[in-house]
Design a protein around this ligand. Structure first.
Ligand SMILES: [Fe+2]
Length: 201
């Protein structure tokens, strides 16, 4: 008897440690403090979680120094992610839809969600103190599958994956991938910069 196990339709997530991120993050942390003092929390009414976000503010973050330094890095990393997946998405064909800051104080979190009307999404960690909360990705299959009990959790049966927040690291994923941020336990805030990108020919 010959039997093979096939893995189909992988979920592709890319992590990159961004160059010179210590100096970059120092500038960004200062700029986030200024931003927070000037822009009220624009957390949408339908978010049950608590977190400071500029998501629905009028500000175009990638036009404002020093956040603008992140724009070419974001486009480069998304283009690289697309290359890995053999998709044609050169940086010149990518369009930033949104870029925003999330600040997680002690106890803050973000519920499970997807980024609608977008193709690629990214998270960059501006500040990630030791022990701060992870991002959890979840397979959309888990919403519809009836699972038998597991004898072990591995890449063949896992429906969730935790990624630690690492200062200076950028995570790229498809925008329809469900994710959430677990409750943050650190006294120093966990700060992330997120963005959505689509593609045109
Ligand atoms: Fe998100």
């Amino acid at each position: 008897m010959t039997s093979k196990t096939h893995l189909l339709f992988p979920t592709v997530v890319q992590t990159t440690d961004i160059e010179n991120s210590d100096a970059l993050n120092k500038r960004l942390v200062e700029a986030v403090a200024t931003l927070q003092s000037q822009i009220p929390n624009t957390k949408p009414d339908d978010w049950a979680c608590s977190v400071y976000t500029t998501l629905h503010s009028e500000i175009d973050l990638f036009l404002v120094h020093p956040f603008s330094e992140m724009k070419p890095i974001a486009l480069r990393e998304i283009s690289r992610y697309a290359d890995t997946m053999h998709m044609h998405a050169p940086a010149a064909n990518l369009r930033i839809l949104d870029a925003w800051i999330n600040v997680y104080e002690t106890g803050d979190s973000q519920e499970m969600h997807v980024h609608k009307n977008s193709v690629f999404s990214g998270i960059y960690y501006v500040q990630a103190p030791e022990g701060c909360s992870e991002v959890m990705f979840r397979s959309s299959e888990s919403d519809t599958m009836i699972d038998p009990p597991k004898t072990a959790t591995d890449e063949l049966n896992a429906t969730e994956a935790l990624f630690p927040a690492v200062a200076g690291q950028m995570i790229i994923f498809r925008s329809n991938l469900q994710h959430c941020v677990l409750s943050n336990a650190t006294q120093t805030p966990r700060i992330s910069l997120s963005f959505n990108v689509d593609i045109y020919e």
